[in-house]
Ligand binder design. Structure first.
Ligand code: ADP
Length: 553
């Protein structure tokens, strides 16, 4: 039950009880008062009438005509001598009446008698006269019942009025009692100046609990924040599920890896339905740590699923998803590279071994021996340049920190390279021009040198006799740009995006004949990636090739 209601009911009940009690008491007091008043009046009247009877005799009574009051004269033996309302002869002896008895004994006497219906009562006053006779005066008086019945309408009105009044007052009282309680500021229990004093222990208890809860909440929030800080900054996906496979937590990386967006909840299989994923979830919920790999959207993922125990009962699992696409691709490339390297090394070694064997067997003239030696020398040179290129590419692959960055001017560097390439160029009567001006790049001189050297070397190698090579060096607001352009044989369209692959050559025999290893442009590409530079290739068969590198400055 509501407190307000209870207080209201109690105060209403109290008000009504008090009202009823006072009503009854007041009525009782009033009646008593009127009774005494009547007796006093009757006494006075008896005194006047007795004087009149002494003067005029019993005849006087006949002159009194009053319905309300009755006067009786009774002789000392109880016989009624005269009566104002009934013939005296009809009345029996009055000696046994209470008031008469008292009057005979004490000189006066009173008594009250009720009618049978209790609606009326008669008050008697008897006085002993000097001659021994008794004068009795009586009057009717309404009883409480009569008065109540007669006044029932007004009394009902008063009761109704007081009831309404008590109702309103009780309601106000109960509200005003409850108001300070309702107005308690439970967020700040200590600061309730208007609260009842009796509530202080309760309020201080609430306050201390409040503080405890706040502290715990703060602690929990901090932990939660730390947890999400860690999980949100993880590059790996993290999923936590309960034993019913419902997702409890999913970090941003998991959403990204699984290509899901928005708020992820519900069954974990709604995120991914692949067999590998399902197996991991099921095994981990079965109590087993399980590792698996899966393909999704052309990417490779490793899934590590661990069961979560609470008192030796599995309550869920957490699943870590790691993107291993790069690792797998790198492994694949390394495998290919190794097999390519072995193949590339085998070819010159086989020819060296062949020439050496023939020379070992003897019977070859001196001119042929010279030829063979030349071939062995050339193959060995090939091997050396191959090994040098492999070492370079491995260095770049490792992204090792052995390289020191410095400010390098591409224009100046190009001029140096032109000098170095002069013998080859002259052999083919290829003319190398340089245009533009200073363009500084913050990079590794050795790598930049290799990039430009390889580009220019190719431009000479794959050029026609008497062709030209143009090197254009320029800058924009945020880039240093170098273009190496030739008017040589060009690269067929279908080979254009493959020339940067390791060991790829458009024409294998031609490249070999020119001393190519198939690694030149691959080194260029790696060097460009190292410097965050962007490469574009533009080539037209039989017209020429132009390769541009844009270095951010
Ligand atoms: P290589 O050692 O054979 O020159 P690269 O990686 O430097 O290897 O080049 C790959 C292939 O791209 C070459 O074999 C050649 O066929 C082609 N190529 C490279 N540069 C040019 C160019 N400037 N003009 C025409 N073809 C080119």
């Amino acid at each position: 039950m509501k407190m307000n209601k209870k207080i209201f009911r109690s105060s209403l009940l109290v008000a009504l009880l008090v009202l009823t009690a006072s009503f009854v008491m007041i009525i009782g007091i009033l009646f008593n008062y009127f009774q005494l008043q009547i007796e006093k009046e009757l006494k006075n009247e008896a005194m006047y009438i007795s004087i009149a009877i002494e003067n005029e005799g019993a005849e006087y009574l006949k002159s009194i005509v009053n319905n309300e009051e009755r006067v009786t004269l009774i002789s000392a033996d109880g016989t009624v001598i005269a009566d104002t309302s009934v013939e005296a002869e009809e009345l029996e002896n009055h000696l046994d009446r209470e008031e008469i008895k008292k009057a005979l004994a004490d000189g006066y006497g009173t008594s009250v008698r009720y009618s049978e219906t209790l609606t009326e009562k008669v008050v008697y006053y008897a006085q002993l006269l000097d001659d021994g006779s008794i004068l009795r005066v009586s009057t009717k008086q309404y009883t409480v019942v009569t008065v109540l019945l007669g006044l029932s309408q007004s009394i009902s009105a008063v009761i109704l009025f007081t009831f309404i009044l008590s109702f309103i007052l009780s309601s106000r009282v109960s509200k005003s009692i409850v108001k300070p309680i309702n107005e308690l500021d439970l967020d700040d229990p200590e600061n309730n100046n208007n609260a009842y004093e009796e509530l202080s222990p309760l309020l201080s208890k609430i306050s201390s609990q409040h503080k405890t809860i706040e502290k715990q909440l703060h602690e929990a929030k901090k932990q939660q924040e730390e947890f999400s800080l860690i999980t949100e900054n993880m590059s790996d996906g993290l999923l936590v599920i309960d034993k019913n496979m419902q997702i409890l937590m999913c970090n941003t990386s998991a959403k990204k890896l699984l290509n899901a967006s928005g708020n992820i909840n519900g069954n974990v299989f709604s995120v991914n339905r692949s067999k590998a994923f399902r197996q991991s979830v099921e095994k981990s919920l079965g109590g087993e740590r399980f590792e698996n790999e899966m393909m999704y959207n052309d990417k490779h993922y490793k899934i590590i699923a661990n069961p979560v125990y609470e008192e030796s009962e599995i309550i869920g699992a957490f699943i870590v998803i790691i993107d291993i696409t790069d690792t797998i691709q790198r492994e694949q490339m390394r495998r290919e590279f190794t097999s390519n390297v072995s193949h590339e090394l085998k070819t010159p070694l086989t020819s060296i071994s062949g020439f050496a064997e023939m020379m070992m067997n003897g019977g070859i003239d001196e001119a042929t021996v010279k030829d063979f030696s030349k071939s062995i020398y050339e193959e060995a040179q090939r091997l050396i340049s191959l090994v040098i290129d492999i070492i370079r590419i491995s260095e770049l692959d490792e992204k090792s920190n052995i390289f020191v960055k410095e400010k390098v001017d591409l224009y100046e560097l190009s001029e140096e390279i032109i000098e170095r390439l002069k013998p080859q160029a002259d052999k083919k009567s290829v003319k190398i021009n340089i245009f533009g001006g200073k363009a500084q790049v913050y990079g590794v001189r050795k790598i930049l040198d290799e990039i430009i050297y390889n580009l220019c070397d190719n431009a000479v190698k794959y050029n026609n006799n008497g062709g030209t090579v143009d090197i254009i060096v320029r800058t924009t607001d945020d880039e240093a740009i170098i273009t190496v352009r030739d008017n040589g044989i060009g690269i067929p369209e279908n080979a254009q995006n493959r020339v940067f692959e390791r060991f790829y050559r458009v024409d294998k025999s031609r490249s070999k004949e020119k001393g190519g290893t198939g690694l030149g442009l691959s080194i260029v590409k790696h060097g460009a990636v190292f410097h965050n530079a962007q490469i574009t290739l533009d080539s037209q068969i039989n017209e020429g090739t132009s390769i541009t590198l844009k270095f951010p400055t």
